[in-house]
Design a protein around this ligand. Structure first.
Ligand code: FES
Length: 595
């Protein structure tokens, strides 16, 4: 018998109704059948990319087409196209609230904050020359912009000296904080910024109009440092143990960011010189490598680098090619491997009404933050590459051919493959689902040993055994399961130790936010079955997508958000996990799967 599942529909802040539906139904169809009309010019055919609604709970992951719309339109985490999204389990959908626009809005308020960036367009009028005509251009300009320091390039002064006549002249300028960095009499300058999230695996950059808050274009690409090591520790080794290693890692990263800025600006028909500020977030090692700073301190405990505070510097100092007086601002880090990406992600959360929550960004390194009644704790755990398919016999990244979802139906394992072709391997979410399914079927015992049905510890499970002989066999063996156990135990240890230090129990947690692309695709039921998290309510686990990038955009648009990031980073207590006396004990306990 197929069981129904509950969809809660909220209109504005009020719950409009509860709908019982069959799992697998399109959200669009469910809503339309109950008279909730979602805006979408193509009438639910999936081609216009306009039927965005905010969804929480168990729904299908975005497919390639929806992901493309998300990327092109720069959609905020949690928003889905109703006609692409299927309801798979208990879920909530939020409709028609002004505050829930998927895009940063032009009316001056974006996701609940005022657009008031550090970079501003200002105007002034140069007074006419006196009869004696002895005032310099500098003196006349200082009268036009009395609040600003004049920080123009020589080139700009030379342009102005031909543009500004003897009479009164109206001028447009751009200021970064108190510094006037561009002045012109002949045009109205564009005032743009770029938010950059420097991940160990991938890079993200968004071009943002700093006057109206619109996200103009977004680009992502792999971190070119990958060829020098998959994780932060191997990058640190490369930078410190190889002659010229630091310079090389810095150069490839800066070149990639410059090329992304070029791509963003040329796509939008503007110049890199129209970009006045880059706000960069990332983990501490990535930020140090971006700045070309020594990462030796991250080679061993207590993992302290050259800087931790927020920091701004002329873009040219970083080798970043934007406006010649443009600025790079790095958001603050917390400590150890908990960096500005986590701080930025926290900026996006609405703490209103939340008492206790966890924020997790799971990758090769897992960063975790616990919040309870105004207090913060953070730690990081080396999870290793298993969650990204590394060190797994059939592991691969979430690309076409990857098994991204596995479930049990009538005691048989079913799976979904990204793209059209046959399965080529498992990405992290598929692997976690598969192990959860094997536990459910009794093919694995509590300590992770394969059952005799699967050939015991020497055996393996092959997903596509009956496939044509020429196709690749995709399976999992005992070693893969051990790798996954090590990874999930690392995360769980961090969570348990933070809860213990805060004097909290799992029942105190009212939300678990999973940040990052990987977190977005994890099924709450599967991660709970593995014991990656303590036993919270599945519906309290919320994937929030690339929150770090969202937070970087917020900081780009709001000086207040930059200050909030500083306050947050200062108030978070960092726990160095390996030096906690109970670390080994909790880690060993976390290796087993829940019974
Ligand atoms: S209605 Fe057009 S994409 Fe959904």
């Amino acid at each position: 018998m197929v069981r129904g599942t509950k969809l809660e529909v909220y209109v504005g802040s009020h719950q409009a109704e509860e709908i019982w539906t069959l799992p697998g139904q399109l959200l669009w169809d469910i809503l339309e059948s109950r008279g909730h009309h979602v805006k979408g010019e193509c009438g639910g055919r999936g081609t216009c990319g306009h039927c965005w609604v905010r969804v929480e709970g168990e729904v299908s992951p975005p497919g390639p087409e929806e992901s493309r719309f998300m990327l092109e339109q720069g959609v905020s985490p949690g928003f889905r196209l109703a006609c692409h999204c299927r309801v798979l389990g208990p879920a909530q959908v939020y409709l028609s609230s002004m505050e829930l626009s998927p895009f940063l809005k032009a009316e001056g308020r974006a996701l609940g904050f005022e657009i008031a960036p550090e970079v501003k367009r200002i105007s002034g009028a140069v007074p006419p020359r006196t009869e004696e005509g002895t005032e310099t251009l500098w003196e006349r300009l200082a009268q036009a912009f009395p609040e600003s320091h004049l920080c123009l390039t020589f080139d700009n002064w030379n342009r102005l000296s031909t543009e500004v006549s003897r009479g009164e002249v109206s001028l447009n300028g751009v200021a970064i904080g108190p510094c006037l960095v561009e002045v012109t009499a002949s045009s109205t300058p564009r005032v743009l910024g770029v938010a950059v999230d420097i991940g160990t695996t991938s890079l993200y950059a968004a071009l943002v109009d700093l006057e109206d808050g619109r996200r103009l274009s977004v680009v992502t690409r792999g971190n070119p440092q990958k060829t020098y090591g998959a994780d932060v520790i191997s990058r640190v080794s490369r930078a410190t143990e190889n002659r010229g290693g630091l310079t090389r890692l810095n150069e490839v990263l800066v070149a990639a960011v410059n090329s992304m800025i070029d791509e963003l600006t040329s796509f939008h028909g503007v110049s890199p010189a129209d970009v006045y500020q880059v706000v960069a977030v990332g983990n501490p090692v990535m930020l140090h490598l971006f700045a070309g700073l020594d990462v030796r301190g991250f080679g061993g405990a207590p993992f302290v680098g050259v800087f931790r505070h927020s920091w701004s510097e002329t873009a040219s100092t970083f080798g970043i090619r934007i406006h010649p007086r443009g600025q790079v601002r790095i958001l603050p880090q917390v400590g150890g491997f908990v960096g500005a990406d986590v701080v930025a992600g926290l900026l996006t959360l609405d703490l209103h009404g939340r008492e206790t929550f966890l924020y997790l960004d799971i990758g090769t390194n897992g960063e975790m933050v616990l919040y309870h009644k105004g207090e913060w704790w953070a730690c990081s755990a080396a999870a290793g590459p298993a969650f990204e398919g590394g060190n797994i016999s059939s592991g691969m990244r979430a690309e076409p051919g990857a098994v991204d979802r596995v479930w049990v139906q009538e005691d048989k394992i079913q799976f979904n493959v990204l793209g059209e072709g046959p399965p080529l391997g498992f990405c992290g979410s598929g692997l976690i689902d598969l192990v959860a399914a094997m536990l459910e079927l009794g093919w694995l015992n509590q300590n992770g040993t394969l059952s005799p049905i699967q050939g015991g510890p020497q055996g393996s499970f092959v997903l596509n055994e009956s496939a044509a002989p020429e196709l690749r066999r995709v399976g999992i063996n005992q070693n893969d399961i051990r790798q996954l156990q090590l990874a999930k135990a690392a995360i769980r240890t961090g969570v348990d130790i933070m809860l213990e230090r805060a004097g909290l129990s799992v029942s105190d947690l009212d939300r678990v936010y999973l940040a990052g692309t990987f977190g977005q695709y994890l099924r709450p039921a599967s991660i709970l079955r593995l014991g990656l998290l303590p036993p919270v309510r599945p519906e309290s686990i919320i994937g929030i997508g690339n929150a770090a990038a969202e937070g970087a955009i917020m900081a780009l648009l709001s000086r207040e958000k930059q200050k909030e990031a500083d306050r947050l980073a200062r108030s978070i207590r960092y726990l160095e996990l390996a030096s906690q006396p109970d670390f080994q004990e909790v880690f060993l306990r976390s290796l087993d799967f829940p019974s």
